[in-house]
Design a protein. Sequence first.
Length: 145
Amino acid sequence: MKFKLDIVTPERLVYSEDVDVVTVPTIEGEIGILANHTPIVSVIASGEIKIKKAGEVNYMAISGGFVQFIKNKATILADAAERAEEIDMDRAEKARERAKKLLSEKQIDKIAQADAIAALQRSLIRIKVAQRRSAKTRDLKPQSE
C-alpha cells in the first residue's frame, strides 16, 4: 500500500509522489514510515532521506525541518532538500574544504565554529547522497564483454 509524500522547502516543492516507504532522519533517530503509520510530528535532523517506490530506492539530502504523517500523507517541511541528481559534487567538495579550513583556524569564535561544523555536516551529507547516485548509475550501465 502506498501513501502520499510531499517534500517542501521555502523555495519550492521538491517531491510529490505516492511512495511505499520513506526513511527520515529525526533528532530522535531514523524513522521509517509506511502506509497506515501512527500519526506523528517530529523534528528532522540533517541527513539523508531514503524513498522506496515500486522497488526503486532514491535518496535526498535534507537540512532541518519537520515531518508530519497523518491520514496516509507525509509532509516534510525542510529548510533545504536536494535530490541526488541535483547535487553539484564540485560545489559540495569546495564547501567541505572551506568548512575544514575554517575549523582548523586557531582563533575561531564559538558562533563561527558552530556555523563551520554545520556547513561541514551539510557538505558531507550532500557528497554521500551524490555518491549514492553515482554508484547507482554505474550499476545500471551494461557490463562490457
